[in-house]
Write a protein that binds this ligand. Structure first.
Ligand code: APR
Length: 388
């Protein structure tokens, strides 16, 4: 079994396969230090924690993760806090930076004797429609080698070799550009609110998400194609404080901006998630915009489903689970995509020729008001916000 990519999808899969006695190797393009320090998502759904717990992979997040169950909306109409952790199914998030989760998963896999090659970039998956697929890999010394396996799991993200190796027409590619861009910022400063903050402002959306006691993520809606370094630190803080209405609700804890980048919010889904012996999971299967923090949670869920199906096939000779893998995952993927799209519409003015914006503006205001006042809306929100 060859697993491409050592992100959450690839590492959960590799841990579970190794635990089931399946012979596997992980091939990762980046070096170990890079993989363990790459700051990305950080909000783990209750179901993700249950999956990791079930397989003994949750020790670190149980110790160092923090439960989080509130989000605050700020608009021209005022502010309100949704205690989503006690609404819906009554489940909070666990905030645990993704690089720490990846480090835990990697350490656990390597200590258990799992095989992994760093700086080994998969170039192409060959013969996916046969029972002996192969992966060509560029080694650190520039040599190209070939790994052969019964199955290849493509967990190497949206720009990896798995997607690139799919022959034209082999799978359907659903895409949606949400027409919105965010300047994502990682700041060395404590969180400014006890909650996730969503500020809806005529100048655009601003977001606040705690990561650790000393690190906070902020987002600013920005122009498409605006270069991340065009924003001075001063302008960033002014804009954040304006949109978060700091003059009214209290100042933000400022600190050095240690990472920044512009993300265009777009989503896609491949269907099916299988081409013969090549199976896709995580971002390789579906990219989801970060508006509802679902990406890493879907990746873990899919990895568990894929590991079960592969173990059934490879250990017990039962291929039925693999036949159902794609359809089972897609049910969860589409539901998450739907909620993430709903969040985008809740938080942003539509840009481009999308009808009368005063109409959209009023619809959005009405949605936020429903969220503030209707218990059934709040329960629905909580269930979808934390669930996968
Ligand atoms: N060969 C080998 N490895 C590769 C290749 C390649 N050609 N291309 C990419 N990779 C590696 C990347 O270096 C990365 O370590 O694949 C890994 C993919 O990991 P992630 O991008 O974290 O993707 P995934 O495991 O699917 O997790 C998805 O996590 O951070 C969230 O929001 C993110 O939704 C995303 C989720």
């Amino acid at each position: 079994m060859v697993v491409l990519g050592a992100g959450p999808a690839g590492l959960v899969l590799a841990n579970l396969l190794h635990g089931s006695g399946v012979d596997c190797v992980v091939l990762e393009r980046a070096g170990r230090a890079h993989v363990q320090t790459r700051a990305r998502a950080g909000f783990l759904a209750a179901n993700t924690v249950r999956i990791l717990d079930r397989h003994g992979l949750a020790e670190g997040l149980r110790r160092r993760g923090r439960e989080h169950g509130a989000c605050e909306f700020r608009t021209d109409d005022g502010r309100f806090c949704l205690e989503y952790g006690s609404l819906g199914r009554g489940e909070p998030h666990t905030v645990y930076p993704q690089q720490e989760l990846v480090t835990d998963l990697l350490t656990r896999y390597v200590n258990a004797g799992g095989r992994i090659r760093f700086e080994a970039e998969a170039v192409a998956v060959l013969g996916a429609d046969t029972s002996r697929p192969a992966v060509t890999v560029r080694e650190p010394d520039g040599r190209t080698v070939r790994w052969q396996a019964r199955y290849v799991a493509g967990c190497d993200g949206r720009r990896g070799a798995a997607r690139a190796s799919l022959p034209p027409g082999a799978v359907r590619h659903h895409r949606l550009d949400h027409g919105v861009s965010w300047l994502g910022l990682l700041v060395e400063a404590p969180p400014s609110l006890d909650a996730v903050g969503y500020a809806v402002h005529p100048r655009g959306f601003a977001g606040h998400m705690a990561r650790t006691r000393d690190i906070t993520r902020y987002y600013l809606q920005c122009e498409r194609d605006s270069p991340a370094d065009a924003w001075s630190q001063e302008r960033i803080w002014e804009e954040l404080e304006l949109r978060m209405r700091a003059a009214r609700y209290g100042p933000l804890h400022r600190g050095p901006i240690v990472q920044r980048g512009v993300v265009d919010l777009d989503s896609d889904v491949l269907e099916p998630l299988r081409h013969g012996a090549l199976l896709l999971a995580g971002d390789a299967a579906s990219v989801i915009s970060p508006s509802a923090a679902k990406g890493a949670n879907l990746a873990v869920l899919e990895a568990e489903m894929l590991a079960d199906a592969l173990a059934d096939d490879l250990v017990r000779g039962d291929g039925e689970g693999l036949d159902r893998y794609s359809a089972r995952c897609l049910t969860h993927i589409w539901r998450a995509q739907d909620f993430s799209r709903w969040m985008i519409q809740l938080l942003h003015e539509p840009s481009g020729p999308d009808g009368d914006s005063s109409f959209h503006h009023s619809l959005r205001r009405s949605r936020i008001e429903a969220l503030r006042t209707s218990r059934s809306q709040q329960d629905w929100f909580a269930e979808n916000y934390v669930g996968v």
